[in-house]
Write a protein that binds this ligand. Sequence first.
Ligand code: PLP
Length: 429
Amino acid sequence: MLRNRRQFVQQAGALTASSFLLPWIQQPALDAITEKRRELDHLSAEAFAQKEDFWVLIQRAYQQSPHFINLENGYFSPQPVEVMEAQMNNIRMINEQPSFYMRKRQWDDKAGVKKLLAQQAGCSPEEIVITRNTTESLDTVIHGLDFEPGSEAIMCDQDYGSMLEAFDQQARRRGLVNKFIELPLHPVSDSEIVERYEKAITDKTKVMLVTHLINITGQVLPVRKICDMAHRHDVQVIVDGAHSFAQLDFKIPDLGADYFGASLHKWLCCPLGAGILYVRKDRIANVWPLFGDAGHAADDIRKLEHIGTHPVSTNLTIAAALRFHQMIGDRRKQERLRYLKRYWTEQVKEVPGITLNTPWEMERSSAIANVAVDGYTPQELWDKLYDDYRIWTVAINRKAVKGIRVTPHLYTPIEHLDQFVAALKELAS
Ligand SMILES: Cc1ncc(COP(=O)(O)O)c(C=O)c1O
């Protein structure tokens, strides 16, 4: 009897030890990628971006539908096959030891993943929370700050709806005054943007929302300069990094933001429902948790982790996604995505009837671009590309910008972009 119990305990221990760190990713595929990368390591990231014999290996690491060309990776990213398998294994592992895992193991495993994520983000694990998405991350901050009636917040006409709606709710609930600035589609300099935010500041301004990479146009904003300017006026900055995290090469503290949120199912290629919230250490005490928490001090970020039972398998799988991402490298990934965007936009930018709504300078965008064709509404262009060419994009019909959003990914073959360019030219003629 005693022997049986000991055997059981030993087995349970063996099954659960640091499960997320096990090498779920299929080694042969990853070895080939790593070997090729080492061979090309001497190249600059810009030159590396054009080495198709490396990127073809990355394309094979993802599973794509053969039925259409997917140029809509702005919504979320598919996972590399190996990351998806890690997720399946994590689901299976938790399902095998249900409440035993949740009561005994999840905390250590999640702390381990958080440490890895903090390394990628360049900050302390004590400044981040794993959330479900950008909406949860940033709405936690917007709803968690205290605002006096009449105090002001600044945002722009191209920020994301969920955050604007959260600010609108604060306006209706607490009398916050929301002020909007308009962003230029083609800024001539960083100062032009910084000045627009600065002009909106008054002595009542408490906070600003700034989107690092605008989702509808792909424009990258000079966030560091905006934050430095805002801090000179004693204004705090909430940065929406939904699209910048793991797409652009930066560490969160480089931005100088007070609060930063991103979705890990976008450019880190995690399973759906993974996000990150960063709160600068000295700002943690400012934020009330959305879900009550009595277990942690006001300046302990873990007070924001209390969300009830959730799919821990998703949190654990972040480790596999980080490993895949880091195998490529931040800078190489950024430059490849920029190269793909430049590859197709270069071929259409002078074509009569075609308008690009994304800044041209390399540092002002990345994978995402927005394009319009004369004679087509965004919806018509979106439909036409899918119905006649089986090319999937998305229509953007906002006051500030009208066109379709085109977002290739690491797995996009050059031939797909050639087909897209041919389709655009045909429609424009
Ligand atoms: C700029 C921006 N912010 C926030 C979000 C919200 O992301 P999620 O739905 O993952 O919360 C998105 C989604 O596309 C986005 O583009």
